[in-house]
Design a protein around this ligand. Structure first.
Ligand code: FNR
Length: 345
């Protein structure tokens, strides 16, 4: 068995049950979270033979930042439940792998401490009803060296979780959420997600920060085009790890439509959700993604092995991708194309 396959069970032994459940769960009936991995497994490769694969190149750039392997870490909350050093440990692990870290606006660590690790990082933002909160977070992130803003656009309201027993919110310390804003200054209503956003929010974020904006939660080609037209530098094909609208299309199936609609525009396409193997990364890149993000596996790796665990996760996925590139007969990630696979679903 691969080390990666044992991570969740090993993490479950260390985590309080409500935390483990929070990390793993999807929303509502759990359809989307349950089928994400299987959707990647529904592709079949059409490998080339007799090509020179003696020199494999895994490196690429994401919004101009070089990465050793096109596997990045998705933004997620409550990392200090996984490791006492939380986002700082995650950042150190990602930095050692020469990758890029998505940092949740609900991070439990000040952005300045994350930036001080030297990791290239992108701020994920939820625009909330009281825009002062959003602006203060954006300013703090710019100050701490964020290289991009990731607008999570699939969360006008938070997905419904069907919990039995105490939830994570009953067991965490309040300081483990929202370390980048003083909650006492605001009401719960101020923190409610903004549900009246249009594509113009993309330009607003870009102007306020001077940073490229990536829209996360895109599942349709027409929406991807609207984001690009409004100035997005990138989109992340994502159903939020199955935590928002349950029954949303698997990202493995949504990616081709999004990549086709943005072909030739220069807007970068990324994908997350259920990516657990080098072959899944290979399929995503062949379908038009520039890089992928992993969410839960990074939380399990952080729980089990701290920063070194995160570095190993990214390294192992890179090794598997390297191997798969040789077997598919394509030595460079930037030469992959959709003819290398087919879906028989
Ligand atoms: C998330 N995700 C998420 N996304 C986001 O934009 N802001 C956030 O704060 C969080 N928080 C969060 C917490 C936890 C515990 C999980 C599991 C996920 C979603 C995340 O960025 C990503 O879209 C998915 O996790 C990708 O799917 P996989 O790799 O977990 O299958």
């Amino acid at each position: 068995m691969r080390w990666i396959d044992g991570l969740e069970a090993a993490a479950a032994e260390k985590l309080p049950e409500p935390v483990h459940r929070y990390y793993r769960q999807g929303s509502a009936g759990g359809i989307s979270v349950g089928e994400a991995v299987e959707a990647w497994n529904s592709y079949r490769f059409r490998p080339h033979i007799l090509t020179d694969v003696s020199q494999v190149e895994l490196g690429t750039t994401v919004l101009g930042t070089p990465v050793d392997v096109p596997v990045l870490v998705a933004p997620s909350t409550l990392q200090r439940q996984a490791d006492p050093a939380g986002e700082t440990a995650m950042a150190a692990g990602v930095a050692a792998a020469n990758s890029v870290l998505g940092v949740s606006s609900n991070a439990g660590t000040p952005f300045a401490e994350i930036g001080a690790t030297g990791v290239p990082w992108w701020l994920q933002i939820y625009v909330v009803r009281n825009r002062d909160i959003t602006l203060r977070m954006l300013d703090a992130a710019v100050e701490a060296g964020a290289r991009a803003v990731v607008l999570t656009a699939d969360t006008p309201v938070v997905g419904r979780k069907e919990d039995d027993g105490p939830t994570v919110w009953d067991v965490i310390q309040p300081s483990h959420l929202l370390a980048n804003i003083d909650e006492a200054d605001y009401t719960d209503d101020d923190f409610a997600k903004a549900d009246d956003l249009g594509p113009d929010v993309i330009g607003w974020l870009a102007e306020r920060t001077g940073l490229p904006v990536v829209v996360k939660g895109v599942l349709r080609g027409d929406d991807a085009k609207r984001c690009a037209d409004a100035g997005a530098a990138g989109v992340i094909v994502s159903n939020h790890g199955g935590r928002q609208l349950d029954g949303s299309i698997p990202t493995a199936w949504a990616l081709p439509e999004v990549a086709e609609s943005l072909a030739g525009t220069g807007t970068e396409v990324y994908v997350d959700g259920g990516i657990r193997r080098g072959e899944h990364v290979l399929a995503a890149l062949a379908l038009g993604a520039r890089a992928v993000f992993v969410g839960r596996p990074a939380l399990w790796a952080l729980t089990v092995g701290g920063a070194a665990g995160v570095t190993r996760l990214l390294g192992d996925l890179g090794d598997e991708l390297d191997h798969a590139l040789r077997l598919i007969g394509c030595p460079r990630v930037d030469q992959l194309s959709p003819d290398l696979l087919r879906s028989y679903r």
